[in-house]
Ligand binder design. Structure first.
Ligand SMILES: *[C@@H]1O[C@H](CO)[C@@H](O)[C@H](O)[C@H]1NC(C)=O
Ligand SMILES: *[C@@H]1O[C@H](CO)[C@@H](O)[C@H](O)[C@H]1NC(C)=O
Ligand SMILES: *[C@@H]1O[C@H](CO)[C@@H](O)[C@H](O)[C@H]1NC(C)=O
Ligand SMILES: *[C@@H]1O[C@H](CO)[C@@H](O)[C@H](O)[C@H]1NC(C)=O
Ligand SMILES: *[C@@H]1O[C@H](CO)[C@@H](O)[C@H](O)[C@H]1NC(C)=O
Ligand SMILES: *[C@@H]1O[C@H](CO)[C@@H](O)[C@H](O)[C@H]1NC(C)=O
Ligand SMILES: *[C@@H]1O[C@H](CO)[C@@H](O)[C@H](O)[C@H]1NC(C)=O
Ligand SMILES: *[C@@H]1O[C@H](CO)[C@@H](O)[C@H](O)[C@H]1NC(C)=O
Ligand SMILES: *[C@@H]1O[C@H](CO)[C@@H](O)[C@H](O)[C@H]1NC(C)=O
Ligand SMILES: *[C@@H]1O[C@H](CO)[C@@H](O)[C@H](O)[C@H]1NC(C)=O
Ligand SMILES: *[C@@H]1O[C@H](CO)[C@@H](O)[C@H](O)[C@H]1NC(C)=O
Ligand SMILES: *[C@@H]1O[C@H](CO)[C@@H](O)[C@H](O)[C@H]1NC(C)=O
Length: 571
């Protein structure tokens, strides 16, 4: 059983809202007094998302020698040059005080799954024009490093074992993709489930996304007898003191599963340098296959960047269901502390899991874009960043679980900016400053409280906020542009939509839910479905619709006004 321990809600400043407890027992504390997610549907969580920290690595063996072991010229304490192809047959550790050059056109490889090449030198490293390194795990520590035009570090499909207790490799014979940063796709059609509830291998190693080091996972097979799944992507770590030049390719993609196997998931790439230049390619994508593998994890910690290499972490393509590629992996940009989830416009129903967010320090920005679908599959959580949460180009961000619509989230950011994107909430959500553009939608099948100190701007046609019960409060200004809609309840409520109850009836609920603050709270005896409260200024060119609306302007009282089943329009 998976168990999450999202932080309980301790607000320094309080305006809370809306609990909703269609099924209060879901919120029961477990024996160890932490909220746990229900275990009745173990299928949903067939894995532990945060494997324990691995034991410290064993000390390195002594370094191999340049000439005897590697067939090179020179010495590792001056300059070692690899002048001809070198087929290593087992892990190597290479260390010295000099330079290490792999000359143009040379292949330096240990091409068995999981085989590791670790290079630790004090001088320069260079991988020549058209040279290649193949390995499962390539780690380089050097002063400067150049990966020249046409060169490749290729750990594609050469993963060793992924961390234990992960289920990145799907079970069954559906030919599903492996998971890692994103889930693997599964082409099975199950009409009893939502498309996003069907996936292959699961995601893992969220907790190490800032310093990713896990192998990708193998895809599934379509046959019981033969394992056709593509292997996972390997691991690349570059720790360069000064200057890193990437004009070649650095690859940790998942292996291809062909027509009978799922793609492997992308592996991990962790780059740390003072300065990075070049126009190469850095990629930890899911492998293609019967169903595509999930993207891997990339983290880039570089202080100064020039004509950046391009970075890719998208899911692999699914031959059997082209509309549903593997889920996007994660790209963490360490200097601005930003997380980017992009599926490179590959359409998918397969999700990227976002779990707990760090508090000290907070991340700055989160971008979900280019058809990525990110989800926070928890019951309680605070998703907090310092800057912006931005959903662009068909990005989807969902909170909670469709089957348990009583989740509750707080989303804290300077700004939530949405363009042609969707937020789905299964439960309640609190957010601050919100701007919706180009047909963006915030949808909740239960209570949605949107509370902020700034502007709520639904700028034009297709921009909607809708929920079974919608409460907007504390905004300085609400702008509902032409063609925009604020609506409660949902027009076409489905069976998973819940009639929300206010306040939590369970003793174990956080105190804020039992005793909401006085100002602007929601009085459960009022049967409204849309409330706008303590908002300075409202400008409505679009539509506000609710069966009963309770408006209140001004500081110290909420005086309800009702419009039964009537649309309100005004200038
Ligand atoms: C490299 O060595 C291994 C083991 O000796 C062998 O199986 C493999 O074929 C060699 N690869 C090449 C390209 O020579
Ligand atoms: C490289 O070797 C030095 C000692 O020579 C050691 O201090 C350092 O930790 C090593 N770096 C890596 C990444 O192994
Ligand atoms: C690394 O590159 C910089 C700039 O090209 C150079 O000044 C420095 O000497 C190089 N470092 C080493 C160890 O050669
Ligand atoms: C390392 O490379 C830089 C240029 O990239 C060069 O200036 C420097 O002399 C090289 N260092 C050594 C020790 O060869
Ligand atoms: C790269 O190597 C190829 C042959 O391997 C050669 O034709 C080409 O000129 C080289 N390019 C550079 C920029 O050195
Ligand atoms: C790098 O190689 C590609 C082809 O492999 C070529 O199109 C490009 O011009 C080269 N760039 C440089 C700077 O040599
Ligand atoms: C990397 O390795 C994979 C698997 O062996 C291979 O399919 C791919 O062509 C390689 N990529 C490059 C650029 O060498
Ligand atoms: C790397 O690529 C950049 C931009 O394409 C180019 O200016 C630079 O000369 C290249 N460096 C090498 C060593 O090929
Ligand atoms: C994805 O699509 C958007 C909008 O069509 C476009 O602006 C963007 O450049 C595309 N991105 C990629 C990586 O293809
Ligand atoms: C709302 O956003 C639109 C598009 O960004 C902008 O044109 C408009 O001025 C904004 N309205 C307000 C009141 O800021
Ligand atoms: C609700 O259903 C009606 C009829 O099927 C449809 O015309 C309308 O667009 C739907 N509304 C929404 C918000 O999906
Ligand atoms: C809720 O509203 C009812 C009717 O207006 C009122 O009697 C009651 O005191 C209110 N409760 C709270 C907690 O404000």
């Amino acid at each position: 059983m998976a168990r999450f321990h999202p932080p309980t809600l301790h607000f320094a400043f309080c305006y809370i809202l809306i609990a909703l407890t269609t099924n209060p027992s879901i919120l029961l504390a477990s024996e160890d007094d932490e909220f746990s997610i229900i275990d009745s549907d173990s299928n949903l969580f067939h894995q532990d998302y945060s494997p324990p920290a691995p034991p410290p690595p064993p000390p390195h063996p002594p370094s191999v020698s340049c000439t005897d072991d590697l067939g090179g010229v020179g010495s590792l304490d001056t300059t070692c040059q690899i002048v001809s192809d070198s087929n290593l047959t087992s892990d190597v550790y290479i260390a010295g005080k000099g330079n290490f050059y792999i000359l143009p056109g040379v292949r330096f490889y240990c091409a068995t799954p999981g085989c590791s090449i670790i290079l630790n030198i004090t001088g320069n490293f260079s991988l020549g024009n058209s040279s290649s390194i193949f390995a499962g795990d390539f780690e380089l520590a050097a002063h400067n490093a150049s990966f020249l035009n046409g060169s490749v570090v290729n750990t594609t499909g050469l993963a060793g074992k992924p961390p234990s207790q992960t289920s990145g490799t799907p079970q069954g014979i559906e030919g599903a993709g492996g998971g890692h940063g994103g889930r693997g796709a599964c082409c099975l059609v199950d009409d009893t489930k939502l498309p996003e509830d069907v996936w292959g291998g699961d995601a893992y190693s969220w907790s190490s996304l800032q310093k990713p080091c896990s192998f990708g996972s193998r895809g599934g097979s379509t046959s019981k007898e033969v394992d056709y799944g593509g292997l996972g992507g390997g691991v690349v770590k570059l720790e360069i003191k000064l200057l890193l030049e990437v004009n070649g390719s650095v690859l940790a993609d998942g292996g291809d599963g062909g027509t009978k196997g799922g793609g492997g998931s992308g592996g991990s790439i962790h780059i740390k340098a003072q300065r990075m230049t070049g126009s190469g390619r850095i990629s930890a994508c899911g492998g293609n296959g019967y169903a595509g593998g999930g993207g891997g994890r990339v983290s880039i910690d570089v202080f100064s960047r020039h004509d950046d290499p391009s970075v890719f972490v998208h899911g692999g393509s699914s031959n059997a269901c082209p509309e549903n590629a593997g889920g996007a992996g994660t790209l963490y940009d360490a200097v601005p502390r930003s997380l980017i989830i992009s599926n490179h416009n590959k359409s998918t129903d397969t999700e990227t899991l976002l779990l707990e967010f760090p508090y000290q320090p907070l991340w700055t920005n989160i971008y979900v874009r280019n058809k990525a679908r990110a989800t926070v599959p928890l019951l309680w959580s605070r998703v907090q960043v310092q800057g912006q949460i931005s959903l662009l180009c068909d990005g989807v961000l969902s909170f909670g679980l469709q089957h348990y619509a009583s989740s509750e989230f707080e989303l804290l950011a300077e700004e939530l900016l949405m363009s042609d994107s969707v937020i789905k909430v299964y439960g309640a959500l609190r957010i601050n400053v919100v701007v919706l553009r180009e047909s963006s939608v915030i949808h909740s099948n239960a209570n949605l409280g949107v509370h902020g100190q700034g502007l709520l701007n639904l700028s034009g046609p297709g921009d909607w906020i809708e929920a079974q019960r919608l409460v907007l409060s504390l905004f300085y200004s609400i702008h509902v542009g032409p063609g925009s809609v604020l609506r409660g309840p949902l027009e076409n409520a489905t069976s998973d939509s819940v009639t929300p109850k206010l306040y939590c009836e369970n003793e174990d609920c956080p105190v804020e839910l039992l005793h909401p603050p006085e100002d602007c709270n929601v009085n459960s005896s009022l049967s409204f479905t849309l409330q706008i409260c303590r908002v300075e200024d409202i400008n409505i060119a679009g539509l506000i619709k609710g069966s009963v609306c309770s408006f209140s302007q001004g500081e110290d009282h909420c005086c309800p006004l009702y419009w039964n089943d009537k649309c309100i329009r005004n200038g």
